[in-house]
Design a protein around this ligand. Structure first.
Ligand code: ZN
Length: 72
């Protein structure tokens, strides 16, 4: 799969960190499977995996902490 950001290289399988804000809290998930561009560093996470992370964020929100860091 060609990188859609720079069009200079093929995307390669790897892992990345996904961080986002959701309902006033910050979340970071390490080692999320993703396609990475060796040329420009762009990363692309599968939509299904993204959905899973959002679901897990919803569950983590029950706890009182403001920052959540989990490994995928
Ligand atoms: Zn690229």
């Amino acid at each position: 799969m060609r990188c859609s950001s720079c069009d200079q290289a093929e995307m390669q399988e790897g892992t990345t960190t996904v961080a986002f804000e959701h309902k006033g809290a910050s979340y970071a998930f390490n080692k999320v499977p993703a396609m990475l561009c060796p040329s420009c560093g762009a990363s692309s996470v599968d939509e299904k995996i993204n959905d899973q992370l959002m679901l897990r964020a919803e569950m983590l929100r029950e706890s009182a902490a403001k920052v959540y860091i989990r490994e995928y």
